[in-house]
Design a protein around this ligand. Structure first.
Ligand SMILES: Cc1cc2nc3c(=O)[nH]c(=O)nc-3n(C[C@H](O)[C@H](O)[C@H](O)COP(=O)(O)OP(=O)(O)OC[C@H]3O[C@@H](n4cnc5c(N)ncnc54)[C@H](O)[C@@H]3O)c2cc1C
Ligand code: FES
Length: 317
């Protein structure tokens, strides 16, 4: 087998220079940028990301990965624009927040695998579902499907961003992908979300509007549980019965802790890794993570084309 074989080559990605439609402040150092990119909007699925750089700016030269927050759909049902939510952190984001409607950014995507729904259903013709001869990037996807009972989303820091679209899909409010894909309806969706202080908590109302059950934690106790978001996960698992499925995104120690809880409770868990990336399309190997192999050894896998979503059981933390 080709050692560079990856589950999710950037074969659906396009690169476009697009105009910012709006760039709105949501919380402390946190903004939502919207840009018109119909080709990306209609293909992208929850958990996928795009790379973004500022047009005509050489510092930073390379793009930065940002997760899909949501797509914006026109009155006639066509996805037209993409929303991305970002925390102001370093070179790119501290310029991006100052940009106005009408200014331009370069984006390429959709990239990565996204959260697994049913294995092998992304981007396939309806009749091709479960076909073993269809070489869709996700045909070899081996993660457990997200079940219909209880989807628990665990987010730390800016890790809530990939979950709004996933919640929309799980609650049958919206479909994503080309052709639009179906996912089993979740009976309950919970967001366990932790941040440093209350002023960093962003997007909570968007999840509330969907009917997602919200549990908040802050490091300083300024809102919600005074402590770790993984405490909320443990409470949630203790209170609810049924078949949960965990998805997790945030700082690595938090994801490692959530993965351990999931492992001990024998609950499937997918993590969306936030490794730094340079190209986003599988060329540079900047983004590697240690992923366990079927024989028990581990190998470096490129988060941009083999992830960013991995079965938590396979990650060497
Ligand atoms: C698949 C994926 C999706 C992401 N989605 C989002 C999102 O939706 N919203 C969001 O705000 N951020 C997201 N990130 C993280 C974001 O890409 C980085 O924080 C990015 O570095 C910000 O760019 P910058 O130029 O502002 O900061 P930089 O100048 O690149 O970095 C600032 C500081 O952070 C460090 N750093 C850079 N990248 C990372 C990283 N991934 N983890 C830990 N430290 C890092 C640098 O070493 C430096 O110290 C995502 C990352 C990945 C891989
Ligand atoms: S970012 Fe270049 S290979 Fe993943």
């Amino acid at each position: 087998m080709n050692p560079l074989h990856a589950k999710s080559y950037a074969d659906q990605a396009v690169q476009r220079t697009v105009e910012i439609v709006e760039n709105a402040r949501l919380a402390k150092d946190t903004y939502r940028v919207r840009f018109k990119a119909p080709e990306i909007a209609r293909r992208i699925v929850p958990g996928q990301f795009l790379m973004l750089r500022i047009t005509d700016l050489n510092d930073p030269l390379i793009g930065r990965p940002l997760a899909l927050y949501d797509t914006v759909v026109e009155a006639d049902g066509r996805p037209e624009a993409v929303d991305v939510v970002y925390l102001v952190k370093g070179k790119l984001t501290s310029r991006l927040w100052q940009m106005q409607a009408g200014q331009r950014v370069d984006v390429w995507g959709p990239l990565g695998n996204g959260f697994c729904q049913e294995p092998g259903t992304r981007g396939q013709e309806p009749g091709a579902r479960n076909s073993t001869t269809h070489h869709s990037p996700l045909t070899t996807h081996s993660y457990p499907p997200i079940p219909t009972e209880h989807l628990i989303m665990v987010a730390g820091g800016i890790g809530q961003t990939p979950f709004l679209a996933l919640a929309q899909e799980a609650l049958h409010r919206k479909r994503y992908g080309e052709p639009p894909r179906d996912m089993p309806r979740a009976r309950r969706v919970t967001l366990c979300y932790g941040a440093r202080t209350a002023e960093y908590l962003a997007c909570v109302e968007d999840f509330q509007r969907l009917g997602v059950e919200i549990r908040l934690a802050t490091d300083d106790g300024s809102l919600g549980h005074h402590g770790l978001v993984t405490d909320l996960l443990q409470q949630c698992l203790a209170e609810h019965h049924g078949r949960p499925h965990i998805v997790c995104c945030g700082p690595e120690p938090m994801m490692a802790a959530a993965a351990k809880i999931a492992h001990e409770a024998r609950i499937p868990c997918q993590v969306s890794l936030e490794t730094p990336m340079a190209c986003g399309v599988g060329i540079c190997f900047t983004c590697v993570a240690k992923i366990r192999q079927p024989d028990g050894s581990w190998d470096y896998k490129r988060t941009c084309v083999d992830g960013p979503v991995f079965d938590a059981e396979l990650v060497e933390w």
